[in-house]
Design a protein around this ligand. Structure first.
Ligand code: NAG
Ligand code: NAG
Length: 543
């Protein structure tokens, strides 16, 4: 018995996520996989190249390769690179040089910045410069999703900007298909371009379901014909929040294994609900809503790519902060693919303002330093895959216990002590039908010791303090009953000790932030994949 107790406590949990994958990618039920059937989790960051200047932002601040390397260093493996249709359909625009584009807006200061950091870009045409950005990302092993963000260059998106839906002033479906085809063709020989998202945030008075099917299916076929390697990513209605119409009628396409749906979710998607409401109620309501409007697609066997989300990195926006705790539990629970908004520390020109700072940007306006390193630590748990097809991964379905406000997990520290630690280094837990949280060898369980006391591991797993029930509207509090009818909740103190305290914020009090008491018991584990080598396209089977 004692020998078992001394077995290594930590199990390497994270599935192998090597830097380079066997491309192209395809879909295997709701997972995105490489040619060998291994799950590839998209942990992307958005990089804007669709604004007025039509030059990827930041090139006046840092060399392109430095930016590409910084992206990797921050734990992202892919970029959602935005572009306007005119970049490939309007010759007088696409043939402008980078220098001319800045001169047209009188932004001469940037020219010297580009001269210093990326001199080879200055006299490239806008389309060639765009290709050079993709080449640099590819050379540095960053995967690229080409996102058609808008038709006419400029900041996006409003209901009335003429770029919102098929038939709007700047949204001619034929021109759009022509643009998608050209862009797909341009990169058909670059395997690092792994996906194309067909149109950002459909919206406005003209939007309707019939035209959505009509044109999105046409666009998807056009892209697939021009480049059969790419994942074809479709966005929904109402600013990419609503794909509920797919409940009744699936998309009909001539090809298989390439279709992905995307969704956007910010705090401000729900106005100031997070700040003005009880976070437990708001989280429950908003998650339920998202499961109904988009999340059901996972059960239908499609990957879901949360292609825009993010917060004000200064950490001062209460609405954003509360949303993030809830959002992270949702992404971890379903192990979704995603793209953070955004990379940019600043824009050349946004909505008429030169040099506008982007506080949702992961980089500072120097495009070199990280705006908030604690944010990056928090999202590291969702940057690696937790589930999905893998040859090397663990086979059984186990759990980790995720704490979104730190981004850490409850991990075993010694025989009877636990602490918060990196989720990627967590041991695995079981959540039994009796609602105990036991170690993998099932000898030990997590046991509450009393108010403000650290939790411990115990071998007495039947008594008080060993059953953990999710409570509150959000179900994100884990409560346990100790002797004398005391109910306590898991919590984290200011020194990051995992303790039990009285359950907080259950009274629908909007001034109460339950964040430190929110935990999510998250599935981890993989399927074993079996390969049948049939040409280049391996078939993958779950075993
Ligand atoms: C093409 O782009 C140029 C430069 O941005 C613009 O002035 C012109 O209106 C565009 N042409 C069309 C047909 O949209
Ligand atoms: C980073 O965000 C946290 C909140 O998540 C905040 O407390 C902190 O002040 C922020 N740091 C910086 C440097 O803005």
């Amino acid at each position: 018995m004692i020998m078992h107790l001394l077995l290594p406590l930590f199990t390497l949990l994270i599935l192998s996520q090597s830097m380079s994958h066997a491309l192209p990618l395809s879909t295997q039920s709701r997972w995105i996989v490489d040619e060998e059937g291994e799950r590839v989790k998209l942990a992307c960051v958005n990089w804007a190249s669709h604004l007025d200047l039509v030059v990827a932002e930041g090139l006046s601040k840092q060399p392109i390769d430095a930016i590409a390397n910084k992206i990797l260093e921050m734990g992202f493996n892919c970029v959602r690179l935005t572009w306007p249709i005119y970049l490939v359909t309007n010759d007088s625009l696409s043939s402008l040089t980078v220098r001319e584009s800045f001169l047209n807006y009188g932004l001469t200061d940037y020219i010297s910045g580009i001269q210093d950091n990326n001199p080879s870009f200055l006299d490239l045409s806008l389309i060639t410069a765009f290709q050079a950005v993709v080449t640099s990302l590819s050379d540095n092993n960053v995967m690229v999703i080409l996102d058609n963000h808008i038709t006419k260059p400029g900041w996006c998106c409003s209901r009335a900007d003429g770029n919102g839906f098929f038939g709007d002033t700047y949204f001619d479906p034929n021109l759009w298909i022509q643009g998608l085809t050209k862009m797909a063709t341009l990169f058909k020989d670059n395997p690092n371009v792994i996906g194309m998202s067909l149109r950002n945030e459909l919206r406005g008075p003209k939007e309707n379901v019939n035209d959505w099917y009509r044109y999105m299916q046409k666009g998807a076929e056009a892209v697939h014909n021009a480049n059969p390697n790419v994942l074809v990513i479709l966005s929904g209605l109402n600013f990419d929040k609503d794909l509920s119409f797919l409940h009744n009628k699936p998309v009909s396409l001539s090809f298989k294994g390439k279709l992905v749906f995307e969704v956007h979710w910010y705090a401000f998607t729900d106005g100031s609900a997070w700040k003005d409401g009880d976070p437990n109620q708001v989280c429950a309501r908003v998650v339920n809503n998202y499961m109904r409007t988009v999340g059901f697609l996972l059960d239908q066997g499609y990957p879901l790519f949360v292609s825009e989300w993010g917060i004000d990195m200064r950490g001062t926006n209460v609405n954003d902060n509360r949303y993030l705790n809830c959002f992270l539990t949702w992404v971890a629970e379903h192990d979704l693919d995603w793209a953070l908004w955004t990379l940019a520390g600043s824009y050349y020109l946004r909505e008429g303002v030169a040099g506008m700072i982007e506080y949702y940007g992961v980089l500072h306006s120097d495009w070199a330093s990280v705006r908030n390193s604690s944010f990056l630590e928090r999202i590291s748990a969702i940057q690696s895959p937790l589930q999905g097809p893998s040859k090397a991964g663990i086979k059984s379905r186990q759990k980790i216990i995720f704490h979104p406000s730190t981004g850490l997990c409850i991990v075993r520290k010694s025989l009877i002590d636990v602490q918060l630690g990196k989720c990627s280094e967590s041991n695995l837990w079981s959540y039994t039908p009796k609602k105990t949280l036991t170690t993998e060898d099932s000898y030990f369980c997590i046991k509450g010791q009393g108010s403000n006391q650290p939790i411990r591991l115990s071998i007495f797993c039947l008594g008080t303090g060993t059953r953990w029930d999710p409570i509150s509207d959000s179900n994100l509090h884990l409560s346990t009953r100790l002797g004398g009818n005391t109910t306590l909740c898991l919590d984290v103190d200011s020194s990051n000790n995992v303790i039990t305290t009285s359950c907080r914020c259950l009274g629908k009090d909007k001034s109460c932030d339950p964040g430190s008491q929110w935990f999510k018991i998250v599935d981890v584990g993989s399927y074993t994949v079996k390969l049948y080598g049939v040409g280049s396209r391996a078939r993958v089977a779950e075993m």
